[in-house]
Write a protein that binds this ligand. Structure first.
Ligand SMILES: [Fe+2]
Length: 243
């Protein structure tokens, strides 16, 4: 079983991720070499900037999957979106404008790094009330949560899921982020991993270093859960097929 990357900017010409098909395929080659076998494409949906609507995400995921298949890259792609939380999400979900993680009830949600905790909690409440399960994207990026594992526990206790970036586990995004995500991992508060890959350089789709850390420092069961089992059983089940 390969690793599952639930957060990637792999679709070409959608946002600040892969710039064209050639780069997207190179990133997929790299990801495959890192042991990734399943990847959810999660281009940005931000008001006024990147608006990855559901229909375009599905079309581009299909196109990239086909191109990868032709090149013999053994990665299965699934559609998703990284949604920057804002007040009018409800009607956008209702209109089918936003793509959840592989059509599941789980939606990858991000906030601005300096957002207040009560705002994040209220947002989670609203989304849960609408019937969605928010997956908090790169939880280590928010100042109000950094250093406070109890707040993450609280959010998780509400019914949210917690995603951290694989690069944060290895220290790619600095010591405070590394210290915090490792603490969350030791407390088994993390549910999913993402590469949050944008390119082949500073934000490449790396997973091996993180996997090595997890298998050294965690129980085998929890490492497997983070690296593939949770995502396979909750997001990539047969009832939520790829496009
Ligand atoms: Fe992202």
């Amino acid at each position: 079983m390969g690793f599952v990357d639930i957060h990637s900017h792999i679709l070409p010409e959608m946002d600040d991720g892969a710039q064209d098909l050639r780069q997207a395929l190179q990133m997929l080659e790299k990801a495959s070499g890192e042991g990734i076998s399943h990847m959810i494409a999660t281009p940005h949906y931000k008001q006024g900037k990147y608006r990855a609507n559901s229909r375009t995400v599905l079309e581009r995921t299909k196109l990239l999957q086909e191109a990868a298949r032709k090149q013999g890259i053994p990665i299965r792609l699934y559609p998703g979106t990284e949604i920057l939380y804002h007040g009018e999400l409800e009607e956008k979900f209702d209109r089918g404008e936003l793509c959840t993680l592989n059509h599941s009830e789980y939606a990858l949600i991000e906030f601005m790094p300096l957002e207040e905790f009560h705002y994040i909690r209220n947002a989670a409440d609203q989304l849960l009330g609408m019937g969605y399960r928010p997956v908090l994207a790169h939880v280590e990026r928010y100042r109000c949560l950094l250093k406070d594992a109890d707040k993450v526990r609280e959010i998780k206790g509400m019914g949210c899921r917690i995603q951290v970036n694989a690069g944060s586990v290895t220290g790619q995004f600095g010591r405070p982020a590394r210290r915090f995500v490792r603490k969350l991992i030791q407390a088994e508060l993390v549910d999913y991993l993402g590469t949050d890959a944008h390119d082949l350089n500073k934000r490449a789709p790396l997973m091996n270093g993180c996997a090595e850390y997890l298998y050294q420092k965690c129980s085998r069961g929890y490492a497997d859960a983070l690296l593939f089992e949770n995502a396979m059983s909750e997001l990539l089940t047969d009832s939520s097929p790829n496009p």
